[in-house]
Design a protein around this ligand. Structure first.
Ligand SMILES: CC(=O)N[C@H]1[C@@H](OP(=O)(O)OP(=O)(O)OC[C@H]2O[C@@H](n3ccc(=O)[nH]c3=O)[C@H](O)[C@@H]2O)O[C@H](CO)[C@@H](O)[C@@H]1O[C@H](C)C(=O)N[C@@H](C)C(=O)N[C@H](CCC(=O)O)C(=O)O
Ligand SMILES: Nc1ncnc2c1ncn2[C@@H]1O[C@H](COP(=O)(O)OP(=O)(O)OP(=O)(O)O)[C@@H](O)[C@H]1O
Ligand SMILES: N[C@H](CCC[C@H](N)C(=O)O)C(=O)O
Ligand SMILES: [Mg+2]
Length: 486
């Protein structure tokens, strides 16, 4: 049994009416999920204002309301608590409601533009292999020690987040590795969690629709490190231009990793091939199954984290050398006629550049590179022409197509992309709106040995059009087409 007074610890509020001694059945910020006895937290969102749904919440049985502004009509039996920031308040009461689960395991957060899913997944796989019970919160999926729970966000909302952490504690997990998105930091989804460590991967162009400027995107990421406790470690990529900025104001133990600059944890690439990476890492030479320079960074970040968490070096390197990371990240298949198909979640200019330069570095000869790429609707429009430019400059042929159009016209998204293709590369580029047709055309154009990169959707099993998610799987499409190539 949980009383309102039990879940207000750490919350600065003014109580206007009612009594904190009411029993709370659930906490929610969505009036549609209110049930009798719920505490409803009214949050000002990006589309609508949760305060407009207070009446609805009360009708559905809410017994207490947390809000920033008092509604015109209040109800005597309902407790109203006024706070300065409902988003922050939501995180505080959610953590209290679920018994502060982040304090009961070692929680490690990964932030940065690219590489979060890869690093968090590798850590989860590594620590399970080392014998620990673990949890994972990621874009691809959430996991509680092997049990998969589908994920809808890179970082869940505070209620789902704390409820998943509580489940991990219940199942006896020692660690949880989670992605920390910039949206989550800005919306205080992670406020009030107790982290044992934070990892920074890199910062490049993304999400400017939401953060408006690169500087405010940077500040959002930095806020995660600013908020880490003294007992935590803060591990940054010292080769990234903003790597050290992240640690400027943190009180956590500062640690660095890098391939080029001075760092606490260093590695050097000895071989970079389709079959994997040979790294000189912390005085050892080890083969890994992961491909490309960007994965050398991811592997080094994971290795450094394992060291900071006091794991045995030899065991860590042996285990890491076997791992292949997350689904839909540089996954490849080979057709009977030796055409190679790669599915990769590259959906930022930097990721597209990284994956294509990796393909260039590791191809055996002069095989053609054919890239199929689109950009998501209702997301950062400014990255569209840049992604198309990078793709056309680094490919022998590029097919611009739809990604998740969401509520936008896919033809218009492709037009935005076309703007970025330099005239010198125009002859390399064609536009085919239908993604299935685009993949099919790439397969028809490929000769034995050529490489087809299908970028942007990685693990996604759907294409979202006007709020409907239709089944679509890049790898499945390639497999179908590859059956016909002999
Ligand atoms: C732009 C954005 O980030 N939106 C997120 C945000 O919603 P919001 O506050 O803007 O919601 P809103 O629709 O304006 O509603 C405001 C409030 O009114 C409430 N409401 C609304 C309607 C109603 O009938 N009753 C009601 O109570 C809502 O529950 C909400 O509390 O907070 C919600 C709860 O956490 C999120 O589900 C929602 O994610 C939307 C669906 C989304 O697409 N988010 C993406 C952009 C996102 O968060 N991506 C990041 C990063 C991706 C990455 O780089 O990996 C992620 O972490 O996944
Ligand atoms: N360390 C890295 N540096 C740059 N690019 C990377 C790095 N790791 C992965 N990538 C590229 O970015 C893509 C996405 O990787 P990943 O899913 O690990 O990133 P993410 O940060 O979780 O992305 P999201 O913001 O969507 O959650 C990969 O498919 C690859 O092309
Ligand atoms: N986590 C990223 C995913 C982008 C994936 C791409 N397929 C798209 O739909 O834009 C985002 O929310 O921006
Ligand atoms: Mg991710």
């Amino acid at each position: 049994m949980m009383y309102l007074s039990d879940i207000l610890d750490g919350l600065a509020f003014t109580e206007l009416q009612g009594s904190a001694d009411v029993e709370i059945t659930s906490v929610t910020f969505d009036s549609r999920k209110v049930e009798p006895g719920s505490l409803f937290v009214a949050v000002k969102g990006t589309l609508v204002d949760g305060h407009d749904y207070i009446d609805q919440a009360i009708k559905s049985g809410a017994i207490a309301i947390i809000c920033e502004d008092l509604p015109a009509r209040t109800v005597a039996e309902v407790d109203f608590l006024m706070v300065a920031d409902s988003g922050k308040a939501l995180s505080i009461v959610a953590a209290n409601f679920y018994g502060q689960p982040s304090e009961k395991l070692k929680l490690v957060g990964v932030t940065g533009t690219n590489g979060k899913t890869t690093v968090a997944t590798l850590l989860y796989q590594l620590f399970r292999d080392l014998g620990y019970k673990c949890g994972l919160l990621s874009t691809v999926e959430n996991q509680v020690n092997g049990t998969v729970i589908p994920s809808t966000h890179t970082t869940p909302d505070p209620i789902e987040l704390n409820s998943l952490l509580a489940e991990m504690v219940e199942q006896g997990c020692d660690y949880c590795f989670m992605e920390v998105s910039s949206h989550a930091i800005a919306q205080h989804r992670i406020a009030n969690l107790v982290f044992s460590g934070g990892i920074f991967t890199n910062l490049t162009h993304d999400h400017l629709d939401y953060h408006k400027t690169f500087d405010s995107y940077l500040k959002a990421k930095k806020a995660f490190f600013d908020g880490l406790p003294k007992t935590a470690f803060a591990l940054t990529n010292s080769d990234d231009k903003n790597g050290n900025v992240m640690l400027q104001n943190t009180q956590a133990h500062k640690k660095t990793y890098g391939l080029k600059t001075m760092a606490d944890y260093k590695a050097r690439i000895l071989e970079n091939q389709f079959e994997g990476l040979l790294l000189h890492i912390d005085s050892e030479e080890v083969w890994f199954k992961m491909v490309g320079t960007f994965n050398a960074y991811n592997l080094l970040a994971v290795y450094a984290t394992a060291m900071l968490l006091d794991q045995d070096k030899a065991k860590v390197l042996t285990s890491l050398s076997k791992l292949t990371g997350a689904e839909g990240r540089f996954e490849y298949i080979v057709a009977p006629n030796k055409v190679i198909g790669i599915v990769d979640y590259a959906h930022t200019p930097d990721a597209v550049q990284n994956v294509l330069s990796t393909i260039h570095d590791i191809r055996k000869g002069n095989e053609k590179v054919i890239t199929v790429i689109g950009c998501g609707g209702d997301r950062d429009k400014t990255k569209r022409p840049i992604m198309a430019r990078v793709a056309s400059e680094w490919s022998d042929k590029v097919i611009l197509t739809a990604d998740n159009p969401r509520t936008e016209d896919p033809g218009q998204i492709i037009k935005d992309m076309e703007e970025g293709v330099d005239p010198a590369f125009k002859r390399h580029a064609v536009s085919i709106v239908d993604r299935r047709e685009a993949i099919k055309t790439a397969c028809m154009l490929a000769n034995p040995g050529d490489i087809i990169l299908v970028a942007g959707k990685g693990h996604e099993k759907y294409q979202e059009i006007n709020g409907v998610k239709n089944h679509f799987d890049d790898m499945e499409e390639l497999e179908e087409q590859f059956k016909l190539l002999s």
